[in-house]
Design a protein around this ligand. Sequence first.
Ligand code: ADP
Length: 625
Amino acid sequence: MRKVGFFRSIHLKFVLIYVLLIALAMQIIGVYFVRVLEETLVENFTTSIIDRLGPLEYSVIEELDADIQGNRTEEDGPLANTIEVLLGGLDSDDIDEVRVVDTRSRIIGAWSADDNNEPIIGQRLTAGNLVQEALDGVGAGIEDKPNQTFVDQNDPDLGRIWVVTSPLISNVNGEVIGAIYIESRVEKVYAQMNDINSILAGGTAISLVITAVLGVLLAQTITRPISEMRKQALAMSKGNFSRKVKVYGYDEIGQLAITFNNLTKRLQEAQATTEGERRKLSSVLSFMTDGVIATDRRGRVILINDPAAGLLNVSRETVLSQSITEVLGVEEEFTFDDLLNQQDSVILNFSTPARPYVLRANFSIIQKETGFVNGLIAVLHDITEQEKIDAERREFVANVSHELRTPLTTMRSYLEALAEGAWEDKEIAPQFLNVTQTETERMIRLVNDLLQLSKMDSRDYRLNKDWVNFIDFFQRIIDRFEMGRSQNVTFKTKLPNELLYVEIDTDKMTQVLDNIISNALKYSPDGGQLRFKVEKKEKEKELVVSVADQGMGIPRENVKNIFERFYRVDKARTRQLGGTGLGLAIAKEMITAHGGRIWASSVEGRGTTIYFTLPYDPANEDEWS
Ligand code: ADP
């Protein structure tokens, strides 16, 4: 997760809000306070001057009245001097200039704070309308003089001045006999205001700095637990539930931290349960022999167990998120929706001419309670073996029916011929009966062979084993065939001159050797030779028995098939020779049951050798001998 930038942080927001609030408050207070203070100060200033104006006016009026009435003496000196002395009595830091004018606005007396700036007596005083207004009687006796004004001199050093005029009314006749003009330096008051403003601004700045620092500290008390919770949430998303948020207090944030810790605990428990379930499911999936594939609702593979990957011969990584129809190779026959509605199992035939391979797939839908389809589960089962067994069974039944029908058809036609009158023919009748007898015998042999095979196929088939000297046993069988042979065939034996004891079921082994030797005789040409051999392989602890003939042989490509049930190289010929096609199949079953192997080698036109092995234990040899 990205770190929160400074400009987006709560820190900055807190500090900004506080600072803005304080600034706003200070602004409102400052504006109101400064205005009121300024008004008060200016008023105090003007009032103090106006208050002092009253007594001055009185003295000046007396002097002017005396002058008008001619009551002034030489001793009094010039009027201007007298007035200047009176005006000087005001002597205040605030007052700049004081002038007294007669009714024609001519200066008749003046006082100035600046001695170099004394106006010339007798000059006209032109100070706007104020002097004229006073001469017209405005502002007489009124405490709050209306004829006053503030003049801003365009000189930053001097600043603003306050000017006030007042009429001088004769005590004798009550007429206006002049006016008094006062200029005072009000800038001082504004300078004072500026000082106060600076103090206020300084105070505001200091309080803003303190507020900002406090804001940061306060924000930290909120952001620290929040950033700890954020860190824990990050750790939790990575699967680490061991952390705990520190609880700093029991306010709302503290409560949040406690709730957060509880949530962590619950999540940890839930995760442990889910993990346990997941492990159970995954071990079930990997230990089951059937393949399982699960998809999402769009049919893309989200899970495939090892058996499924093995059955389909794909790697898990490549099929994940592929469409299930493609993975199963049924995209041409089925869409994903078809599979969702597929009630019966689907047979997936991956057989090649060299290798049969058939899978059966059953489908079930993953559905929510609302009926919403969430995905599909396919269970795969390898049915190659079952299919093979089924095919073999079908072939076997067909073979048996065919084998039985052939002699039966032959017999029926001969019997029909007999029934139609051939029985009366003394020459033909015995021949026909002979054929039906041969065919019947062949059928009996076939049925016996089938019974034999069926017995061996059944599970509780047991051999009735005895310890026998195999050389004696083999020799006796060879002798029997030699004595009973009708053809011109010579026998040659090559047997070890020792006692070789093996544990065998003698009846079954006799049957095996009968089958092999009778085949060898059957296919031997006139004047041929049969060679019998037993070899002792001490290393492999087995005897290798072989019966070789000099017959027509078997084509190379058919040699491996001769041990299959009903297999015949040349069907017509062997049937003629009375074979059932089951002899070597029975021999193979019996040798296998004895723990041996059987095989053939043959050169077409030169002869065939049938080999089989029998396990033998050399340790027993001494015991028996
Ligand atoms: P059958 O009863 O027909 O002889 P077998 O199972 O004994 O049945 O033999 C299967 C087939 O193997 C025979 O039909 C024959 O074609 C071939 N075969 C078996 N033994 C020999 C042999 N010694 N020489 C040539 N062909 C043989």
